[in-house]
Design a protein around this ligand. Structure first.
Ligand code: APR
Ligand code: PHB
Length: 390
């Protein structure tokens, strides 16, 4: 088999890249380790930057999004028992964020790819990357016991943090930057109306909490928990009680609780692998970087990576210029690091760390009071949250 770009991974990065390249007339094959239902069952974040929505519109995959999404002009920060609204739309001259689950984005992209008859191999086992230091890279995989080989011009490693692509690079060629956080997020999904029309980020002595949503009837809540905690330790009732203890009195009194339809604990990590290009292999999305979910940047960084990469590949095929490809890593990393900083800043400001002493707790409150009390601080936070320009 032959294709122009072999994409490893059918998550948001791989699927969006496939659609963007198709729009430029570039042929792709996507290899995905799991089956379709497994990929679609993943519960992930749900806040889209305007740039991400724009890319989905560009590839004609935003119809259901615009029917079902919620548009948020602001977000609330809760601390000291009170809530403070950040008017992001006012602070950014009219920008907002779109609330629409990553699961739905993935489903829409997968359906669009199927409608176009573009090839996606699910349950592709033992994917391996070859000869990407030369000009004729190959990808091999096993399907139903048979080994297949795809000859291609380029490989896009969109296979996430645990994928094979980054692991295929000589360790000496990679520089890793990493910060792991000493806590996790216990999250639940419930068919209950959100406690508030917008998201609420909570700094509380007992730990961070977040009130989010997927729709007006489906809510997503998180509480900070110990890294070694286990979801079996948390009955629904225990979760709701702990969440209410961290919310302001009004939210605690009005929140509608109900049975969880999903419950899980996720660790938090900041991670960047540099560079993002190795000959004919390009990394994009979680394969190259991870952000703590506090800034809601993971999916949006995957989108900006593939925006840059698809443009560079289109330039190569249309104008025979490799300039965009040669500049991809620098350009993508410039935006990645700004999102890493913002995500680290939000995480540092809102969570209880084991070494959070009285001084650092006051510094957090001073940071939060400055944020909600200063137009400049509000504008800085807002422009990062709605998404910095590409
Ligand atoms: N071979 C083939 N596919 C693989 C392999 C492999 N060896 N390893 C992983 N994959 C697949 C995974 O099954 C997954 O479907 O690659 C896909 C990677 O998707 P994501 O992990 O979602 O990463 P990405 O597309 O970059 O999207 C980033 O997803 O994880 C969230 O928080 C993250 O919101 C961010 C977004
Ligand atoms: C979510 O809705 O899952 C969500 C929203 C905002 C975040 C993280 C997660 O910062």
């Amino acid at each position: 088999m032959r294709t122009q770009v072999a994409i490893v991974g059918a998550g948001p990065a791989g699927l969006l890249l496939g659609q963007l390249l198709h729009a430029h007339g570039i042929d792709t094959v996507i290899l995905e380790r799991k089956d379709r239902d497994y990929v679609l069952a993943r519960i992930r974040a749900g806040v889209l930057e305007q740039g991400t929505v724009g890319l989905l519109e560009q590839v004609g995959v935003a119809e259901r999004l615009h029917r079902e999404c919620l548009v948020h002009d602001g977000v609330e920060m809760a601390f000291g028992g009170a809530r403070h609204r950040i008017d992001m739309k006012q602070a950014t001259g009219g920008k907002s964020v779109t609330v629409y689950g990553q699961t739905e984005v993935t489903r829409d992209l997968m359906d669009a790819r199927d409608r176009l008859g573009l090839k996606t191999v699910f349950e592709a086992d033992d994917v391996s990357l070859h000869d990407f230091d030369g000009t004729s890279p190959k990808v091999r995989y096993v399907k139903d016991g048979t080994t297949h080989e795809i000859a291609c011009d380029f490989i896009a490693g969109c296979d996430g943090f645990h994928g094979v692509s980054r692991q295929s690079v000589q360790p000496a060629a990679l520089e890793i930057f990493e910060r792991t956080y000493p806590f996790g997020w216990l999250g639940i999904l419930s068919e209950t109306p959100p406690v508030s029309p917008e998201l609420i980020y909570v700094n509380h002595p007992r730990g961070f909490a977040l009130c989010s949503m997927r729709s007006l009837t489906r809510s997503r809540y998180y509480v900070q928990c110990k890294l070694d905690d286990h979801v079996d330790n948390w009955s629904d009732g225990k979760f709701w009680d702990e969440l209410k203890r961290r919310l302001d009195p009004e939210a605690a009194d009005t929140i509608v609780t109900g049975p969880s339809i999903e419950k899980s604990i996720a660790p938090l990590r900041s991670f960047v692998a540099e560079p993002m290009r190795f000959g004919r292999l390009f990394l994009a999305g979680d394969a190259a970087h991870i952000v703590p979910p506090t800034g809601a940047k993971g999916l949006n960084l995957a989108a900006s990576d593939v925006h840059y990469l698809s443009g560079a590949l289109a330039e190569f095929y249309a104008e025979k210029s490799a300039a965009g490809l040669d500049d991809y890593s620098r350009r993508a990393l410039a935006r990645v690091w700004k999102a890493e900083r913002f995500s680290w800043w939000m995480t540092s400001m809102l969570h209880r760390f084991p070494d959070t002493d009285a001084f650092s707790a006051r510094i957090q409150l001073a940071e939060l009071n400055y944020l909600v009390g200063s137009q400049a601080a509000t504008a800085a936070m807002s422009e990062n949250y709605v998404g910095l320009p590409y």
